[in-house]
Write a protein that binds this ligand. Structure first.
Ligand SMILES: [Zn+2]
Length: 323
């Protein structure tokens, strides 16, 4: 049994690899750009980067790559057989079995794959904000929204492995178009990508007049980061927009609470820089949006302990468990 494992969170833009000891100590870290090269077989360009990461992390510790279990956290619908069935944000790897490709390249039989948000849920459950909590939902706010559902202390995988695709709950009938092909998906309203889209709309609508002025007068030049920074300074129009994102976040959480009766939500992912403004609004709105709020025990909405590292941390748990 190995004392260390490598976990890689393969995102749409970056791949974060961590070498982690069984007790959760991080021993090494490496971040790379995720390639989107066309013209290779599905997943081949991605696998090349993963090979470099595993080799590098092992070399630093004087370990042999073939003997260290590896877990991959992948962005999209992961079939139980390890194939990435559908990945709107990593289309060049859609359909590929990255675990099998990496296993072959490294001559390492211990490579295991899982959905990235499921990995994050496992990490928070084992070591982080969900420790000792039997029923919670991990919500990762990045380009989209990922979800990992822990019920009765177990990760819910569903029939094919696709459970927890919470970002594609429809919260607005015939709403904003989504990369999944649908319309009105939750992630178009409450993620980093959602904030970006809503910033654009608000600027064009004249609801971000001060920020448009500061950006030289062209509404198309106002960025989501400008909204976050201005809201932190207290600019009312920016605070209002982030509170709107908080309302949309609360709407999805209320739907999840109605279905699952989960008492806790752990919020992670790259929108965390905005979370100080979005989460208080979400907690406030949740009171009205969730069915029978007063008859339920308190519902908590907390930030993840590992932030952007949750996915890679959890991928190491998948590796430990599989090896
Ligand atoms: Zn969608």
């Amino acid at each position: 049994m190995s004392d260390v494992a490598i976990g890689v969170d393969v995102g749409g833009t970056k791949a974060l690899a961590l070498m982690v000891a069984r007790d959760g100590r991080v021993l090494g870290e490496m971040k790379s750009q995720t390639p989107h090269d066309e013209g290779f077989g599905a997943g081949e360009a991605t696998t090349k980067v993963l090979v470099e990461q595993v080799n590098e992390l092992c070399e630093r510790q004087g370990l042999v790559p073939a003997q260290v279990p590896v877990g991959l956290g992948l962005p999209g619908m992961m079939r139980r057989d390890g194939h990435l069935a559908f990945a709107p944000n990593l289309q060049t790897a859609s359909g590929a079995d990255l675990g099998a490709q990496l296993s072959e390249a490294l001559r390492n039989s211990s490579v295991f794959s899982e959905n990235d948000a499921n990995c994050a849920a496992l990490a928070e459950h084992e070591w982080g904000a969900g420790r000792g909590i039997g029923d919670f939902v991990m919500v990762t706010l990045g380009t989209g929204i990922g979800g990992g559902v822990i019920a009765d202390g177990q990760l819910v995988r569903g029939r094919s492995g696709f459970a927890g695709e919470i970002g594609h709950m429809v919260v607005q009938a015939r709403g904003a178009a989504c990369p999944c092909g649908g319309h009105g998906c939750w992630e178009r309203y409450a993620s980093g990508g959602g904030l970006h889209r809503m910033t654009r709309e608000a600027a064009l609508d004249g609801r971000l007049a001060t920020l448009v002025d500061r950006s030289g007068g062209d509404p198309r030049h106002v960025r989501a980061e400008d909204v976050t920074a201005a809201a932190a300074e207290g600019l009312v129009e920016a605070v209002t927009l982030l509170r709107e994102v908080g309302w949309w976040l609360a709407l999805g959480l209320a739907n999840l609470a109605a279905i699952l009766d989960c008492g806790h939500f752990v919020i992670g992912g790259g929108l965390s820089s905005a979370s100080e403004l979005v989460l208080p609004a979400a907690r406030e709105y949740l009171v009205d949006l969730v069915e029978g709020y007063d008859t339920r025990p308190t519902i908590t909405v907390t930030t993840s302990m590992f932030g952007p590292r949750s996915g890679a941390m959890g991928a190491t748990l998948v590796a430990f468990e599989g090896a």
